[in-house]
Structure formats: C-alpha cells, structure tokens
Design a protein around this ligand. Sequence first.
Ligand code: URA
Ligand code: CA
Length: 433
Amino acid sequence: MRMVDLIEKKRDGGQLTTEEINWFVTNYTQDEIPDYQVSAFLMAVFYEDMSDEEITALTLAMAHSGEVIDLSSIEGIKVDKHSTGGVGDTTTLVLAPLVASVGVPVAKMSGRGLGYTGGTLDKLEAIPGFQIELPEEEFTRLVNQSHVAIIGQSGNLAPADKKLYALRDVTATVNSIPLIASSIMSKKIAAGADAIVLDVTTGDGAFMKKLSDARRLAKTMVRIGALTNRQTMAIISDMIQPLGEAIGNSLEVVEAIETLQGKGPADLLEMCYVLGSQMVVLAKKAPDLDQARKLLEEALESGKALAKFREMIRNQGGDDTVVDHPQSLLTAKYEQPFLAKKSGYVTKLVANELGIAAMLLGAGRRTKEEEIDYAVGLKLHKKVGDKVTEGEPLLTIYSNDLELNEVERILEKNIEIGEVAVELPLIHEIITE
Ligand code: URA
Ligand code: CA
C-alpha cells in the first residue's frame, strides 16, 4: 500500500477500507509514514469527513496501537466516564465514590492533563499520602474489594492517538468530528472500558463552540460505541461558566467532600446525578435513569457515598481524616476577596479565562515539568444569575504570593455584572442510543 493513494482517495471523497486504515495506523505508529503525508491526510479528513465504518476502524486501530488494559478479572460491567473539557470540573472526584457506593465497579485510569488546571490525579495528590501509582494486581484487588480505585494512566495507551493528536495540534485539524470521536473512544477502549459515559461540553470554553456541533460529536461517539460493542451514552453540557464553585486542586477536593456531604454546589451535584445515573444504567445496576438517580440520591443522603470516598482514600494510602476536616487542606498563605465594583446580577464568568487565572496562581501547569501548588486557586461566591451588591466578594483568591496584578486583571476583564438576571443552562441534551 502507498500513503499517497490513501490521501488521494480521501481527498476525492472516497471511503477507506478497514484494511487501509489498519495499515495507516500501524505504519504511522512505527514511524514508517512521514508527518507531511499524514498532515495532508488529516486535512483531507477534515474536509471530506468519514463514514461510521471508517471512524470505527480508526478507533479500533488506534485503541490497539499500544497496550490494551485487561480488566476482565474485575467483576461486573466497567463503565468509564470522559469529559471533553471543563474548568473546575470536580465531577470525577464525586462520581467515582458515588457510583461505587451503589455497586458500580470504577476502575479508573486518569490523566494529569495539560489543561489550565490540574487533572483528577493532581487533585487526588492534594490529599496527603494518596498513591496514584499502584501495581496492576493491587488495582484490580481494590476494585473487586471496594468497587473503586483511581490510578495514573499507563504511558503506552493508544500511542497512535498521541502522535496523531500532536500533529493535529500543529496542522489546524483538531476540530474534526471523526478525529475527535476516534481519539476519545480509542483511549477509553484501550483503558478497558465495557461501557462509556460522555460529557460533551459546548460553549466558548469548549472544543465544540456550537450546540449543533456538540450534538453531532455526541451522536457520533454514541454510534461508534455501539459499533465497537461498548454501550455509550452522552450528555451535552454547557461550559460557559465554570462548574461548581472551586477551581484549584485542594479547593476541589474540599468541594467534592462537601458535595458528598450534601452541602456542595447545586450545579455540580446535578451534573453528578445525571452522569452517575447513566453509569448506573450502563452497569445494569438499575433498569432506567429515574431509578438509577433514586439509588444515587439515597446513597448520598445516607452518607454511603461519603463513606466510600473515605474508604478509597484509605485504600490508596491517603490521610482519610480530610473527610472530617476538609478545611485542613486549605493551606494557602493568603485569602484575598475580589470585590464587586457595582451592584446588579452576575452576567458573565468566562470559564477558560478563570482557568487561566487559577493557572497563574500555580493551580495548573504550563509545561509538563512545572510543579503544581495544590493550595492555590479560586473559590466563587457568585455564579451567573446571582444578585450582588457593590463591595460584596465575588470570589476569594487563594494564593501563596501577594503579586496578584495579572490575576486581578484577568478577573476584572472576565467577570461582568449587568442589570438583568440571565440564566445559563447546565445540561442541553441527553443522548442515548
Ligand atoms: N480530547 C481528546 O482526547 N481528543 C481529541 O481529539 C479532542 C479532545
Ligand atoms: Ca469545581
């Protein structure tokens, strides 16, 4: 086979065979095809799209381009969750113990993420002692015993996707539905998922700025899930303002604990119930979404979900007294209120810009090598739609440095107060097969 023929076929709107896609992925992973040919190919896909059969073949080829995790020694249906990107997204910390407490096995491999703020692993490491590196046998033993463990991702998961993603990033081909769908689904399959729940975000701060594109991406992934025998559901959620109130690692652990105590932000809790219900149904622990939600509400209200979080922390070597004294995690030297300059209603909180402000404080990394400061971040006291009076704190800045000019400049520019109350949706749509 020759790469130039595959490029030409796609350029002219043709459909590639599974054999051709397998050949391309295998050889590109082994550095046998140069980046310039693959760049041209990606641009052809960007314009000519791919059929479901092609996306399925690409997904499976990328999933099998490296290590494929075998979770078969864990009993039950392993459901994985994935979000296409959010700021202050604390859902995994809440969802993992919540659904595990009703018997859904959560064998989660998480990434650190190079976003503005830390990934799930960074947040867990904000808990003193918490181990994110466990031998595989210990990982499966813990999931069989406690239904939950969260560890770091293996380095060799879907290497084809890693290479392709890096190339897409510099050839303006990230924003292509077949390429995003296969990228996400290949990693979930390589991580051993039997079923998948997707949170597809839309809005200024997301990959998919338009709702219609988010819907197309979500529907594509749900179809690809079915075609690869991984039942998949998706929600389309709004990512215009941050989710919950905390942005920053320790702050988000505190927020997760408070949510499991029933004292967390309403939007975060609702998101966890909606995503969690899908996980429960896919794991066949409830026959429908309504009954799944009831199970989860009972688990949260009875304290079962919080107890599960404590158990998970203890299992992985962490200091579980943080569950009783979450505030002990908030060790930043300075807590500065950021005040409203006028009265009215909050009309804008630009999610990704607030994420950048948190990163500048030290809550995220700009490069892979940078160290994270777990203690710093932002805690919002007002969300879009809330009433505020002049001089009232809009948020608190947790920092270890008094040099806050740049952070305050970003906050100034990206928080707006207007005269009319506006309401933002949380979840636009739920997509099932
Ligand atoms: N997230 C991914 O993992 N891959 C993409 O292509 C886009 C978002
Ligand atoms: Ca949050």
